[in-house]
Design a protein around this ligand. Sequence first.
Ligand SMILES: C[S@@+](CC[C@H](N)C(=O)[O-])C[C@H]1O[C@@H](n2cnc3c(N)ncnc32)[C@H](O)[C@@H]1O
Length: 246
Amino acid sequence: MLAKLSKIARQLLIIPSVRQFVGRIRLFYFLKIQKRWQIISSENAFDNTNAHNLRGLHYFDTPRMNILIKPISVLEFLNHDSKILVVGPRNEGDLLSLIGHGFSKDNIRGLDLMSYSPLIDVGDMHQTSYADNSFDVIISGYTLGYSKDPQKWVQESLRIAKNGALFGIAVEYSEMTNDDVRKLCGYEIVEEGYRECNSVQEILDLFSAHVDHIYFSHDAPSKRSHTADGLVSNPSRICVIFTIKK
Ligand SMILES: C[S@@+](CC[C@H](N)C(=O)[O-])C[C@H]1O[C@@H](n2cnc3c(N)ncnc32)[C@H](O)[C@@H]1O
């Protein structure tokens, strides 16, 4: 009976408002009561990375990770025992959603430059302390764009992924120039001289010969982008889910 109730409670986490409720209570507990907070910088991240991402620490109900988590949750070679790393979760939202979709809390780790959570390790995705061949799944949702050196992240991820591991990577589609971003946000994110991946092909090119089977490819079909004049409500997403060979 208790096991059934606990399963129902976990499944409720796929509902955004439930995730927001649980996420905020846990955030309050770990941040304000336990006073858990760590933040580091990375020489491979753009200067405004932390300031920009701190603004979103309280949001647990954004739907944009669904494009990664829902397809991954139906792949039949993954299960409760799959070891999952979420790169750049910012808060526990992505992890709670994975738990809601049936993955085990004990096998999910987050990695971020900031953390209040016992589920999220503080570290730099370009150089981690995980052992070789640690993970069955590596998920990076809307994080790649903060890297000055995506190739370094790919090399590090290939090291810590098992041979045959699944990668799920999403970035937001954008037609904005740096001037547009400065006008919209008041500061830049991607610094001059750098360019974010803006297509599935550009993401796959980072992995070159290591790409094995592509399970899901969503190349921003509607091409909706924020503009200097304002945010669009539902920007297009670029997402690719594939296995790798080492
Ligand atoms: C935009 S948030 C994504 C949050 C969540 N996945 C979502 O889509 O709602 C990007 C996250 O990547 C983290 N990040 C940026 N550079 C990083 C790095 N070098 N190593 C680890 N995490 C990094 C940021 O701190 C931030 O929490």
